[in-house]
Design a protein around this ligand. Structure first.
Ligand code: PLP
Length: 408
């Protein structure tokens, strides 16, 4: 068995802790942020103890070693997502910054009033608000692929929207609320046939399923390190080289320039053009180690294992009377289960679960319009990753029965 959860759990120090005396942590909030394996923690620790220096600047041993670690992490990440070149891999802070970079730099250069941008009704706020800002500033027109009652995109309606000749189609790969895995390749192909540029929010796909950008063919891919066993403060924007070359810098300052005059500057080459200022060096190196870690387990193995867990979890959750589970049932889906428990506020649900050490998320999960779509203000979300077990699903269900007893 390539997938040994017991062994994997030993790599995550935090999973050994008790949240209260005698109460073990059951961490079911990995869609918000994943836990970190000791390999990543050690890499950051050892960077600061042995190598710490600024990159690309000094000609001394530490600076050279730091630069080498930082750049080799970039190459690992490029290989991980199937990018042709590490020049296409830009370090950002997170998915949110990656999408803002595209909206701001590509958007302001390429969009004019009346241009159509297609999004979906299930987007995270980070793939809605940056485009709404352009709607306000430039007067672009936003259109949305609707979501069906079982949490899937209405692809027929999408094809009709393409008649509007959109300039951009930006969509999430895997929903952080519904678990829906959107047909990225098909969406991109159709967008391309009308000449639209495409952006994929991979925040919930890159950590969980094999994502090869050369196979999907999208122009941009955004994701966050902290949801894939890496540190916070580091994210990635992948972009097609011709597009990145033609885009103006997002932020100005050190490192993103080739030459500066008093009244003008020449931009640096890719990817540095988009990396102004001292970056998150230790975090980038940590993300490289996280990628090594995930690859050692194998993304295919990870996605198979998560499918087992989420199938079991959805089966058990729908058995609990009063639970209304969002998202597709009896279909391939990502490892998140958001639900409404009749009459009980999600904050109360999670508070009771917390008594049993179970960490879940309560709220709108940064997808208010999606919750509006289902006439809900909030849901309780359990999300799973490589270190979760079937036993933890059982603990969740047992605890939900307690909630029902408590709240009648
Ligand atoms: N997109 C999706 C689908 C997400 O689940 C998240 C997670 O919070 C984000 C974007 C934003 O990620 P970050 O907060 O790391 O920028």
């Amino acid at each position: 068995n390539p997938f040994d959860t017991t062994k994997i759990r030993q790599d995550f120090p935090i999973l050994k802790r008790e949240v209260r005396p005698g109460v073990k942590l059951v961490y079911l909030d990995s869609a918000a942020t994943s836990q970190k394996p000791i390999q990543v923690i050690d890499a950051i620790d050892s960077f600061y103890k042995l190598t710490n220096a600024n990159i690309h600047r000094g000609i001394h041993v530490l600076a050279e070693e730091a630069t080498e670690l930082y750049e080799s992490a970039r190459q690992k990440i490029a290989n991980f997502i199937g990018a042709q070149s590490s020049r296409q891999v830009i370090y950002t802070r997170n998915t949110t910054e990656s999408i803002n970079l595209v909206a701001s730099s590509w958007g302001r250069k390429n969009l004019v009033a009346g241009d159509v941008v297609i999004l979906t009704e299930m987007e995270h706020h980070s793939n809605l608000v940056p485009w709404q800002i352009l709607q306000e500033d430039i007067g672009i027109r936003l259109e949305f692929i609707p979501v069906s009652d079982d949490g899937q995109l209405d692809i027929e309606k999408y094809h009709q929207l393409l008649d509007l000749k959109p300039k951009m189609v930006a969509f999430m790969h895997v929903s952080n609320v519904l678990g829906t895995i959107n047909p990225a390749k098909e969406i991109v192909k159709a967008a391309k046939s009308v000449g639209a540029v495409t952006l994929i929010d991979g925040a919930q796909s890159v950590p969980h399923i094999p994502v090869k950008i050369n196979e999907i063919g999208a122009d941009f891919l955004a994701f966050s390190g902290h949801k894939m066993c890496g540190p916070t403060g580091i994210g990635i924007l992948y972009g097609r080289e011709e597009l990145l070359e033609a885009m103006p810098p997002y932020m100005g300052g050190g490192d993103m320039i080739k030459r500066v005059y008093l009244r003008s500057f020449k931009s640096n080459e890719l990817p540095y053009k988009f990396e102004a200022g001292t970056p998150a060096i230790a975090e980038a190196i940590g993300l490289g180690v996280a990628v090594d870690y995930l690859e050692r387990i194998g993304m295919q193995n990870i996605s198979h294992y998560e499918r087992e867990i989420i199938e079991y979890a959805t089966d058990r959750l729908v058995e609990v009377s009063g639970v209304k589970l969002l998202g597709p049932l009896n279909k391939e889906r990502g490892a998140v289960a958001s639900f409404d428990l009749f009459n009980v506020h999600p904050h109360d649900v999670s508070q009771v679960l917390d008594m049993d050490g179970i960490a879940v998320r309560a709220g709108h999960h940064c997808a208010m319009p999606l919750h509006d779509r289902f006439q809900l203000t909030a849901t309780t979300r359990a999300s799973f990753y490589i270190y979760n077990t079937i036993e933890e699903v059982d603990l969740l269900v047992d605890s939900l029965h307690k909630v029902k007893k408590l709240f009648g």
